[in-house]
Ligand binder design. Sequence first.
Ligand code: SF4
Length: 471
Amino acid sequence: MSFFKPSKHMATNPEFNLELIKKYDKAGPRYTSYPTAVVFNEAFTSEKYIEQAKLSNVSNQDKPISLYFHIPFCDTLCFFCACNKIATKKRDKADKYLDYLEKEMIILSKLYDKSRVVEQMHFGGGTPTFLTDAQFERMMALINQYFPLIHTEKRDYSIEIDPRSVTKESIEKIARYGFNRFSLGVQDVNPVVQKAVNRIQPTEMTSEIIAACQSVNARSISVDLIYGLPFQTLESFAKTVDAVIEMSPDRLSVFNYAHMPHLFSPQKRIKPEDLPKPEEKLAILQMSIEKLSQAGYVYIGMDHFAKPDDELAIAQSNGSLQRNFQGYTTHAELDLVAIGVSSISSVNHSFSQNVKSLEQYYAILDNGQLPVYRGYLLNEDDLLRKAIIQEIACQFALDFKSIETKFDINFNDYFSKELEDLSVMQVDGLLEMNESSFFVTPAGRILVRHICMVFDVYLRKQTSQRFSKVI
Ligand code: SF4
């Protein structure tokens, strides 16, 4: 829950200030968790996860849970992709994977009290719609067998859709299983860009699938775009933004492509000389923000936009917006139980991640163990900083008094170093601060990650750049 009293600052869209953006153009996390995954370590074992799960039944007694399922398979490989995935055409690979998801579910379902219903569920990947109809049906039957799914209005079940792998009929089937939020990868509608990134997806196909999601009364439809891909220009990406606005999704993410081939090998297929220059990328970003604002979308923060009547925009204006591994959400307070290779759970005061290779995942489950390979147990300081970073990322503001009350600290003493850094940002025009609070200015909004970074104690200690650039 938010500590900050909502204010009129939240309804303001960002202002594009080129000088400020250039000054702060350096790598930083998106804070889908704090601490970020770089501090996870192997001292956190599956035994520790089990302890945290048991503790969560006490501290979050009868409280619903959130389930995440990772489906790692993709039919083809998009060259820009930085996700954990396996490219294959062989659909039967998913049969074996489902066998092992069941093994993991059997262990996990014994850890969580049956009174804890599944209020939120997300299928991510990879490509969840890689599954055939029969595999999807089996997967839903398994989840139903091991976890108490709900069928009321409170249900918040979302799925990532690859428009190339579904039809109107399959969307209707997925909706009948209870999914009410759909998230679609689009990236760019220009055929030249699509060819260069190995993702051919005609605009008509995308708009038909969005229309299919709209026809099943989805609670939200979200579209991902990426700027900074090969051969993109200001004019070409303007057409992409216009085309997507025309399709009228409820939410939009406009991500910056981070070219890091040393970390993500598919990116080696992208030639650096084909990428737009930094000045062009900035112009693309500015144009995207302006077009989306003119079309009535509200800037939620960290690359995300939503229609003013969407639940995310409403949650931001009433102070209940939160952030978790899926980005902005209204359910981050729930224990997140992640299932599948490489997936990350957030349970009680811990994060834990499953092994990243299928071979290891299968071998560990064959031994009857949970496939956790690393994680992190949050301490008091982490919890305090996590709450602050949530507040800034979601509300564009921070009220020092409410933090002092909640965590029993003296804000000025505890954060003297951070306050010095914030003062510099105030002079630069990123925020306005007085002795008891600050809020992020319209010019600071697209740099909100940087303001969060001030409170990241681990980032201060870190030397290597493992994050994408902010812009
Ligand atoms: S972007 Fe999506 S569909 Fe493409 S390779 Fe990555 S996970 Fe698979």
